[in-house]
Ligand binder design. Structure first.
Ligand SMILES: [Zn+2]
Ligand SMILES: [Zn+2]
Length: 219
């Protein structure tokens, strides 16, 4: 990573990795998955001394999106993503948050839905949008080829993969997304997941037990 910088802020009782990502050349930033604990996210913005232009969402689960509407109102910036297939989740954020005892949640209406092959920008950085259904139907990953960096939400974790037992989850689609969209990005690509430590495509291809079992890694 050279021009892309990131600060990871674990938020909500789910320790979701809300990520402040910015272009070092321009100090323009995007707040990814502001699931809650907005004071912590705003502290990171101040600390990094950047200006947030956008909010990006990887998917519609409550721990990733519950604070998005409030942050949008505070910063006056648009929300981009996820894919429209997560609309049913974004329309029920309040209900879902209540079930988990989370405060201050609001339903989300993205300003821009994303499709596979779209591109999104922050400062001078351009990220490709990869539609990666399976964990949720509308999950997307953001990939910057030059920086060798991908933000993958809950599709792939260090040593694990996203759960598929929630509404709209589909195990076969998840493994197809990982095999066809993420693994081909290249072993040197760093990934920021929705939970847990950062890792690389290569490390997961070699050692992630879920990928070994299903022979996903050996294409
Ligand atoms: Zn999720
Ligand atoms: Zn999550």
């Amino acid at each position: 990573m050279t021009q892309a910088k990131a600060l990871i802020i674990p938020v909500t009782p789910f320790q979701q990795n809300s990520t402040l990502l910015w272009c070092e050349a321009t100090k323009r930033a995007v707040a990814i998955d502001p699931g809650g604990d907005l004071a912590d996210i705003e502290r990171a913005i101040t600390q990094a001394n950047v200006a947030v232009d956008k909010i990006w969402l990887t998917h519609g689960h409550v721990d990733h999106v519950a604070g998005a509407a409030a942050l949008k109102a505070r910063l006056q910036v648009p929300i981009e993503g996820p894919h429209r297939d997560d609309l049913f989740l974004l329309e029920h954020v309040v209900e879902s948050a209540r079930n988990f005892g989370m405060q201050d949640a609001a339903n989300v209406t993205p300003d821009r839905w994303l499709e596979d092959g779209d591109q999104v920008e922050v400062g001078e950085l351009t990220f490709d949008v990869l539609h990666c259904p399976g964990h949720s139907p509308g999950s997307v990953a953001y990939f910057n080829p030059a920086e060798r960096l991908a933000i993958v939400g809950d599709v792939l974790f260090a040593g694990s993969v996203g759960r598929t037992d929630l509404p709209g989850g589909d195990r076969r689609r998840l493994f197809r997304s990982i095999r066809d969209k993420l693994l081909p990005l290249g072993d040197d690509v760093a990934i920021i997941s929705g939970h847990g430590p950062t890792t690389t495509i290569g490390r997961e291809r070699a050692a992630n037990p879920f990928l070994q079992q299903t022979a996903v890694a050996s294409r």
